[in-house]
Ligand binder design. Sequence first.
Ligand code: ZN
Length: 239
Amino acid sequence: MAPPSKPDSFPSSDKFDTLVSIQIGTGEGQRTFEVFKGVFCFYSGYFTAALDGRFIEGREGVVKLPTEDPVVFELFRHWIHTRCFFESTLAPEILLSFDMIGKLWIFGDAHDIQMLQNVVADILVAKVWDRQFPSAEVVSYILENTAEGSHLRRLLMELAKPTNIDDTKADSTNIQKPEDIVTAFERLAIRYGSRRHGTGGHTPAFRRKMASKWWQCKWHVHRDGVTCFTEETCSGGER
Ligand SMILES: [Zn+2]
């Protein structure tokens, strides 16, 4: 069965079964995590394939991911068990950095974990909508590690438009190329400051408009025929 991409799916208790080892990184920075095989396979198409009994990883119960970052994996492991990235009551758009959002999305992309990608994409939207903007370094990292036309790239290109931050501004930014995203976010950061938590100064009407526009499957990674919305809500929105 394909891994779920919507956050309303949870692994059943029988998925908390045998422990397997995931070795992340190399050298002195390498860390080994013990995880439940069933839970990891529930979320990830990659781990389902890697831990299949036909392969040595499945028979030995060890998966090696030398190029991955232990910090990113630890956040992922925490999330699959708690659906939070940190033990805190603060909103994820405050806790999770743009850098980590990018890295988690790219980790999800590489390991077929669509639910993770969709959750962090929504957090990315919430951050920008709250007038926090990614640095040039983070945008460049995302551009270097995602394919042209990927959901995350398209989302960044859309979020970098000033009309999505403030409805009193005319949309004069021309975002044609990936490099234009860096410049557009830099302009936004200068205009609004780099961090401004809370309501972002938006009116209730603007918030409603933005909510209907942004929390959509357009920016989510789903398999064909899957959507976060019911038939009723689908018919009313842009998709
Ligand atoms: Zn969706």
